[in-house]
Design a protein around this ligand. Structure first.
Ligand code: GUN
Length: 283
């Protein structure tokens, strides 16, 4: 039976660290502020945005919410982004994705000032991650790295297999593992003999978006298994990993819920703090 990687525990530790630093900044007369834009009324997005707001409040970060109707135009959204870019009291800007049909995510992402881009989605920040010289870490992959570090799981020299090649998770995840000297393979929907590839992994990250996709036969004995999935199956939240059988083989495993999920918000808070520090020339 494997050890459970407790995302709530690790995220609490990160959030406590951030809250302490926010307090220190406040004592110096510096406030920390995150602006979140939500366009439309997608129920999942509403929950994510509410959770981000709650985390800000817990940590002493000022949260500003901008709710635009489903009918908002690209120009209206860009005007808001430009206003927030220019607003010196706003340190971080996040536009919740996906956007309603008719709005171009790429244009909006590229309109956000890279210095306020706490999602790390702007091409400038993506490029910096590639080079390994970055301020903002993409929230989900950074959350995974924080969990590995908390549990003293060394990446150096290990076979790391990431299943999924999205811009938000798979690609940046691979880069962060590479920066820690992992031997990284990115597997995806076209990978041949997938189980053969994943069985090589000492550290296996599943970011596929398919419920219980990773089965026990795809996992090496003693592997560390990180489940980034967030799926609904039979009305229940479940990950990309078939948890019960895989947990019998893995040395460490993240549950869903309670694994990677809570980490993403903690990293967002960390990025917002970093933005405020950079904008106030504090290292
Ligand atoms: N929608 C789902 N995940 C994310 C995220 O990390 N950032 C943004 N902006 N939108 C999302």
């Amino acid at each position: 039976m494997s050890n459970i990687i407790d995302g709530k525990l690790v995220s609490s530790a990160v959030k406590e660290r951030v809250a302490n630093e926010v307090k220190e900044l406040n004592h110096k007369g510096i406030s920390v502020c995150l602006a979140v834009i939500l366009v439309g009324s997608d129920p999942a997005s509403q929950i994510y945005v509410a959770n981000k707001k709650k985390a800000c409040e817990q940590l002493g970060i000022i949260s500003k919410e901008y709710l635009l109707p489903e009918t908002a135009t690209q120009d209206e959204l860009l005007a808001l982004v430009n206003e927030l870019n220019a607003d010196k009291t706003v340190n971080g800007i996040l536009c919740q994705l996906p956007l309603p049909k008719g709005l171009d995510e790429k244009v909006v992402i590229e309109a956000i000032d890279p210095n306020k881009d706490v999602d790390a989605f702007h091409p400038v920040n993506v490029g910096r991650i590639m080079i390994g010289d970055y301020d903002f870490l993409p929230c989900t992959p950074a959350g995974v790295m924080e969990m590995l570090s908390f549990y003293n799981i060394d990446v150096c020299g290990k076979e790391c297999v990431v299943i999924g090649r999205s811009n938000i998770v798979g690609k940046p995840m691979s880069m962060l593992l590479l920066h820690k000297n992992g031997t990284v393979t990115i597997a995806h929907s076209r990978t041949q003999n997938l189980a053969e590839v994943t069985r090589r992994a000492d550290i296996l990250v599943a970011a596929v978006g398919k419920a219980k996709f990773v089965t026990a036969d795809m996992v090496k004995d003693g592997a560390v298994v990180i489940d980034v999935g967030m799926n609904r199956a039979d009305g229940k939240l479940c990950g990309d990993v078939d948890f019960d059988p895989v947990s019998k083989k893995a040395s460490y495993i993240t549950p869903v819920p309670g694994g990677v999920g809570p980490m993403t918000i903690a990293t967002l808070m960390q990025n917002t703090l970093t933005a405020a520090k950079r904008q106030n020339n504090i290292n």
